[in-house]
Design a protein around this ligand. Structure first.
Ligand code: DAT
Ligand code: MG
Length: 140
């Protein structure tokens, strides 16, 4: 697997508890390089657009409200097999099911307030990166 890029977000529950540095340390220790990063407070409309794929799910309203409730840190991660590696470091969506040492096991509060987002594939990664960043902002 060649070098790849993925999109990551530190969610409002984690920025609120000042966990950006601890989460970044786990990403970096896993071999992922943070090649772009910015702190953004999404409007409900922006959060709804970002998560449009989930618009028919029962938790969509709650998800949009939570993701616009405070600042997020949007990031582009680069590394070998970055999409899968980031999903591994994140842990399962539900922290009760997340493996030891993962971000969600160590920091997430619930299935909704689960501290981080990560792209689920290379195509989604490209779309999500361009939602937040221009090419000029990616510094590998
Ligand atoms: P992931 O973030 O692991 O890719 P997902 O794409 O299935 O998970 O869902 C996106 C987010 O939606 C997830 O991080 C938290 C929220 N979510 C998912 N399932 C939920 C549920 N059953 N109840 C509340 N929020 C949920
Ligand atoms: Mg997902």
């Amino acid at each position: 697997m060649a070098t790849q890029r993925t999109f990551s977000m530190i969610k409002p529950d984690a920025t609120k508890r000042n966990l950006t540095g601890k989460i970044n340390a786990k990403l970096e220790e896993a071999g992922l390089r943070i090649i772009a990063q910015k702190r953004v407070h999404l409007t409900p409309a922006q959060a709804g657009q970002f998560y449009a794929v989930h618009k028919d799910r029962p938790f969509y309203g709650e998800l949009v409200e939570f993701m616009s409730s405070g600042p997020i840190v949007a990031q582009v991660l680069e590394g070998e097999d970055a999409v899968a590696k980031n999903r591994e470091v994140m842990g399962a969506t539900n922290p009760a099911e997340a493996a030891d040492g993962t971000i969600r096991k160590d920091f997430a509060l619930s299935i909704g307030e689960n501290s981080v987002h990560g792209s689920d594939g290379p195509d989604t990664a490209a779309e999500e990166i361009s939602f937040f960043f221009s090419g000029l902002e990616l510094v590998g």
